[in-house]
Design a protein around this ligand. Sequence first.
Ligand SMILES: *Cc1c(COP(=O)(O)O)cnc(C)c1O
Length: 407
Amino acid sequence: MQKSQITKSEPDERGHWGRFGGRYVPEILVAPLEELTEEFTRARHDNDFWQKLNQLLRDYAGRPTPLFHARRLTAHAGGAQIYLKREDLLHTGAHKINNAMGQVLLARQMGKRRVIAETGAGQHGVATATVCALFGLRCIIYMGAEDVRRQALNVFQMRLLGAEVITVNAGTRTLKDAINEAMRDWVTNVHDTYYLLGSALGPHPYPLMVREFQSVIGREAREQMLSASGKLPRALIACVGGGSNAIGLFHPFIADEQVRLIGVEAGGRGDSLGEHAARFHTDAKSGGGRIGVLQGMMSYVLQDLNGQIATTHSISAGLDYSAIGPEHAFLHDNGRAEYIRSSDSEALEGLELCAKLEGIIPALETAHAIMPAIQIARELPRDDAIIVNLSGRGDKDVQLVADLKNR
Ligand SMILES: *Cc1c(COP(=O)(O)O)cnc(C)c1O
C-alpha cells in the first residue's frame, strides 16, 4: 500500500478504494447512478452549493455541534481526557440529518419531486421525511415489518411529517430488505425519483457522497480540539453500522497518522454467526465476514460457510446490518483504522454510565462506543485526549431499555 493512497483515501473514478466499493448493479441503474455522480461531482466543487448547505445545517439542523469535555467519565476512566462530539444535539436527534440535507439539495437541483429512502431503526427515515417536509417534496420510506413493529413511534413521526411509510414483508423484514425494495422502486420510477440512501454504503457514488456530507463532523471536531487543547487527539472512537458517522469523524484525520481511528461494531450476544453484526469477525465453525458483493458494492459481508448472506443480531437496529461501507473495508485492510466489537450488554452498561455520569442518554448504537472508549482512555496519559462520536440521543431507546431491565 502506497502512503499517498492511505492518507488521501480518495476512491478512483469508478468508486473503488482498492478492491472495495464500485458499482455492482443491474444495467438499468447504471445511467441514473452516472447522472447522480455527475451532479454530485459538480456540487462538490461548487461554493454556492456548500454555502447553501452550511447555512441550512447552521440555522435549521443546529451546527456546529459542541465538543464537550466529559470530566466525570474522564475521572471514572482515570486516563486521557474524554471529549464527546455532540451529534445527538442536532435536529431529529442524530447525525443522519447532515447527509439527508446534502442529498435533498441535490434532489432539488436535479428537479426530482419524489424522494424515496430506506430505514432500519427509523432515524434515517425521520431525517429524510423532515428535509422533504422542509422543501415540499413527496416522501416515501421503505421499512421492514419487523422494524415497523419495534419502532412504532418513529413510524408515527414520519407520518406526521407527511411521509408515506411502506412496510416490507420480504426476507428477514429488516434494513437489508428495505434497501432492496427502495432499489426496486428506484428502477421503476427513476425519471422523477431521487433515492436518498442513509449510510456510507451501496453503489458509487453513495459511499463517497455520504462521507463528504458527514465529514463536517470531523472538520469541526479537529478545529474544536485544536482550540481547546492546542493538539490533536490520540484516538477517535465511533460506532459503525454502515459506517457514516464513523467515516464522517475519521476522514479529516486520515492524514494525521498519530491519531488512532477506532470503529466499534455490534458484538451482539455471542461470537457465532447470526449472533452479532461484526463484519470483521469470523468464526471457524459458523462463518463470518468475508469479501463479497451486497447491495451494489464490494466489501466485507457476513456470510455462512456456503457464501449465503447471514442474518445479524444487535440490540441496536442501527448497527444490525450484514455489510459495512467500502471505505471502512479499505481502512481495515491497509491498517489505518482498527475495528473492535462491543456486546449488547456492554452497550447497555455504556448507556447507563454515560447517563449517570454526564446526564446524557446516548442512542443504543452510540452506546457501543462508550465502554471501549473508557478502556482506551485508561491506557493513555492524562494530558492526552480522545474523542467519542456521540452519534445520536437515546430517547428512541428508553422504552426498550426499560423493558429489558424489567424482565
Ligand atoms: C443510524 C445510526 C447509526 C449507524 O449508522 P452509521 O451509518 O454507521 O453511522 C449510529 N448511531 C445512530 C445514532 C444512528 O441513528
